[in-house]
Design a protein around this ligand. Sequence first.
Ligand SMILES: [Zn+2]
Length: 582
Amino acid sequence: MSDSSLPSLTYSVDLSQPTSHYFEVTLSIENWQELQLNLKFPAWTPGSYLIREYVRHLQNFAVVSTPNQSPLAFQKISKNHWQIQTPHISQITVTYRIYAYDLSVRTNHLDDSHGYFNGAALFFLIPGYEKTPITLTIHPPYPDWHIATALTPVEHQAHQFLAPDFDTLVDCPVEIGPHQLLTFSVLGKPHYFAIWGQGNFNPEQLVEDTRKIIETEAYLFDGLPYDRYYFLLHLSSQGFGGLEHKNSCTLSYSRFGFQETEKYQRFLQLVAHEFFHLWNVKRIRPKALETFDYEQENYTPSLWFSEGTTSYYDLLIPLRARIYDSKTFLHNLSKEITRYLLTPGRLVQPLAESSFDAWIKLYRRDAHSDNSQISYYLKGELVTLLLDLMIRDRHQNQRSFDDVLRHLWEHFGQPEIGFTPEQLETIISNIAGLDLTDFFQHYLHGTAELPLAESLEKFGLKLTPILDEPSLPYLGGKVQTENQKTLITFVAAQSPLEKAGVCPGDELLALAGWRVTAEQLPQRLKDYQAGDMMQITVFHQDELKTVQVQLAPPQPSRYEIVRLQNCSERQFQNLKGWLESY
Ligand SMILES: [Zn+2]
């Protein structure tokens, strides 16, 4: 049944000249009944919290009344807002071109090998008509180019799809090209891998391991809340990344990253992560993301849960799916703890603030970021670890963070009601059976050091700092070779290098008067001890500069979780319940 008072909206996307990198877009509106038409272009893509101003790729905007093709008067109100006068005009055609040559999971890419787009970076929204259904027609340039998208195909209409609303149009990226399509069924539902680019993956293995991940996550959330699911996989020379959607995800990965065990496991973690999001963040949403405002920042302190908890589970799911064993799991967790403990910014930026300020910080990293920030992915993952261990220890593994997820799924995810930060804290406290006010005050809203060692010890595990052998005195910087130059890329706050006046971007030339490269640096430091004064020569903004650095005591280069030799029955049972019973 159609509502005669509603306009009909049809987007048509033409990519007849892929080498031009232009998507030619037509918006056809029928049954328009207002005096004005406002068109606004989204500024960001849900899932990637940065204002990206996609409208900068738009050109050749034109609007005519249909069918007589007479141009309509319009005015630009702001950078992304067009206003068109439409008195007595019921049929309108808008045309524009979008330059699409940004290969990332959240943008648009078109060349002679494929086309890929995200609705937020391609389509206007019409304020007040966000809930109006939209028909999408795609015109592939060659007969062997096919279309992969989670949008619902229109029956008996080739290349035509229907989105019930603008959110769904944005939430279903589209891959058009000669991609390889792997089709498989899990729990009675069809799943697809649409793979663009060549790579060293084994299709059977990829499907088998993905199936295990899907089954493991479906078990956790008691079923799959969709009719079918698409993995759009882009293989390129050094791609890495993903973007989640309700019924699909886009993954970007290195084309030769599928044979080496560690790299392949990293890929499967990415699959587990993006797939987990179909529940956590796509359906279980923070209140601030319940209704997207596509034009500006949508602030929330809860991304520690949306992203951090998802990151904790992307470590845990492959273990539960028997893709790797508990030794590998603990090793991978050790690497995350190492990254956390070697980031000075953990003691500066509270976790909730890291989430809130995602829009200005996480996606805009610079040489100082590690001194002033902590990723809500990383710290959120470790705070989830602490909570999971606390709940498990207190309830002898009869409860866990899984129960938090299931509760949120039932009460907020399924009915799609956004949760407030206070509700989230209350639900976790209730499942823990503890007043967690202090916990959240210290570790979510404050910058207290996380009690990782104490928590792991209750599970018969020891967090061990590892110093290089022989241990090197501490300088507090990172160096990298670029164009045969040894560049200082990071200077830690309060470190010997900072105190001596060495800056990020300086070119390191010599130690104690002798040339040094990035590779030689550790070897050369072996000749010194903590407390020694050492001469360092750099180019600082092209000026030759020699400074005296006083070396500090050695610091751990990494942390490793090891099993305690003699653990109590309770520690043994705790660990068993956490890592072996599922
Ligand atoms: Zn994520």
